[in-house]
Write a protein that binds this ligand. Structure first.
Ligand SMILES: Cc1cc2nc3c(=O)[nH]c(=O)nc-3n(C[C@H](O)[C@H](O)[C@H](O)COP(=O)(O)OP(=O)(O)OC[C@H]3O[C@@H](n4cnc5c(N)ncnc54)[C@H](O)[C@@H]3O)c2cc1C
Length: 455
């Protein structure tokens, strides 16, 4: 008898591999069994290997048993602040290299381990916020044999005394890792309801949003970047009417060439997503029925049940500033992920290298490897900023991008266009510093990525 098809989930980003559907973008035909996928296959969304996928039912088992409480040591060899992807990955990498190190992790939230990229595709995956956690903080800490303290905000760092002060006491360290992430930027909007704008950059915010969504037939999205666009498609797939108000002239203008953006726009419009370009929301009020009324700088008004802003992230640098560490857009780090204090490291969405903050999973994975080996005294590896490879979660058009790190010099040039299939290079003089693919051409993204950056 033929085995029923099964679904596997990427524990890093939440992408689901459905054996029945395969993954045409990476050349896997419908019906390809997970076991038959070649070992060098990588997750098309976050680029981890096949080993990071688990059978969907197994993820439930991870959260089911609660372990005895893991206390954070007040005197850690390595103290990590933050329980996002960067914080937990750092703990894992350090533990892997040093089974005996005393590692403690402090976090302002509840420390739940979950794949953040799933927040902009969970609705179309038919997953509720309760389906997203992979592990509780305590279970993850037990697995890694580390201490953890949740709901604990670090208020200050004394780099001289190697001590942090938190809302629940003081902790000392030999090495400190800042993995404090970023916060969602709120648009500056007038009106009596502007404080009710929702942003999504963590599971707790997503839970709140999901609850509010239940009785709202219509959502207004402010923003036209990657996450706003993904959320628009995801909401639409859930049967929600979407107005998307975009300040620029096209979608994802900072990372995507206009030719692909126009194609995507056509697809979204034909699906019924209402896109309004070159417009900025300037005021948000509530009417007598409790609905929100949004006014734009173009004089238009929009009525909505829920307003979601996705206009960018701002690295959390306040703690580093207070400790007089060097910051710019993010916390400045060198090739070993050290800040201006050599015993304090920074990684993830809060960190900046060579003037660049990369808010993606793949650079974090490279950072934690370097960080962990450097803490162990190995100086042979360094973290370098290279353009990352992004698969957009836009089911209406397959897109893979490797945007240039700084899109100030050079320009996008079309190399191929047939129907939905586009290939563009970002050319800076003789150098190719980025590329963008759409349609069937996305299957060549990984090879092109390796060839372009000589990896
Ligand atoms: C909707 C969405 C979709 C995405 N999709 C993708 C994708 O498809 N592919 C991809 O590569 N990337 C994607 N990303 C980006 C990726 O998820 C992030 O780059 C990554 O998760 C950041 O991890 P982090 O640990 O640096 O930060 P965070 O996850 O923000 O974690 C920061 C942690 O620090 C803690 N913290 C902050 N300040 C303090 C303090 N003072 N004291 C104690 N704790 C503190 C917070 O509580 C939190 O636990 C997406 C992001 C979003 C929001």
């Amino acid at each position: 008898m033929t085995q029923p098809y099964q679904k596997y989930i990427c524990r890093t980003c939440g992408l689901i591999y459905d054996e029945e559907e395969g993954d045409l973008d990476s050349g896997l035909a419908p019906g390809t069994r997970f076991a038959d996928i070649p070992d060098d296959w990588y997750c098309p969304l976050c680029l981890v290997s096949k080993d990071d996928f688990v059978l969907i039912d197994d993820t439930k088992k991870i959260t089911s048993s609660d372990q005895p409480k893991r206390k954070a040591s007040n005197k850690a060899d390595v103290l990590i602040i933050g329980s996002g992807y960067a914080g937990w990955q750092a703990a894992e990498a350090i533990r892997h290299l040093d089974p005996g190190a005393v590692i403690s992790l402090l976090t302002a939230d509840d420390g739940t381990v979950y794949p953040k990229p799933a927040l902009s595709m969970a609705l179309s995956q038919n997953r509720t916020p309760d389906d997203l956690p992979e592990s509780s903080a305590n279970n993850k800490a037990t697995e890694l044999d580390i201490g953890v303290k949740t709901r604990t905000k670090v208020m200050s760092i004394n780099t001289q005394r190697k001590k942090v002060t938190t809302t629940t006491g003081s902790f000392s360290y030999s090495k400190l890792v800042l993995a404090t992430g970023a916060k969602a930027v709120l648009p500056k909007i007038a009106g009596d309801a502007s404080h009710e704008i929702i942003t999504i950059n963590d599971l707790a915010a997503y839970k709140k949003f999901y609850k509010l969504l239940q009785d709202k037939p219509k959502v207004t999205l402010i923003g036209g970047g990657l996450i706003a666009t993904e959320l628009a498609e995801d909401l639409h797939s859930f049967g929600i009417e979407v107005d998307m108000i975009v300040r620029g002239a096209h979608l994802m203008s900072q990372i995507m060439p206009e030719a692909i953006s126009r194609k995507l726009t056509d697809k979204l419009l034909s699906r019924g997503i209402n896109l309004i370009f070159n417009s900025e929301v300037i005021e948000m009020n509530t009417n007598s029925d409790g609905a929100y009324i949004l006014k734009t700088d173009q004089g238009e008004t929009f009525e909505s049940g829920l307003v979601l802003a996705a206009i960018g992230l701002s690295p959390n640098i306040a703690l580093a500033n207070k400790a007089k560490l060097t910051t710019n857009l993010g916390i400045c780090i060198n090739g070993f992920c050290q800040t201006s204090d050599s015993d304090v490291y920074a990684i993830g969405d809060c960190a900046e290298t060579d003037g660049v903050v990369q808010s993606y999973l793949e650079p974090i994975r490279r950072q934690v490897k370097v960080l962990a080996s450097h803490i162990m005294g190995d100086t042979s590896n360094q973290f370098h900023v290279i353009p990352t490879l992004i698969k957009t979660k836009t089911p209406s058009l397959a897109i893979m991008l490797s945007p240039p790190l700084k899109a100030t010099h050079g320009r996008w040039e079309l190399s191929l266009q047939v129907g939905d299939n586009h290939r563009l290079y970002y050319n800076n003089g003789e150098d190719v510093t980025g590329f963008a693919l759409s349609g069937d051409l996305v299957s060549s993204a990984n090879a092109l990525y390796k060839a372009t950056y000589k990896l």
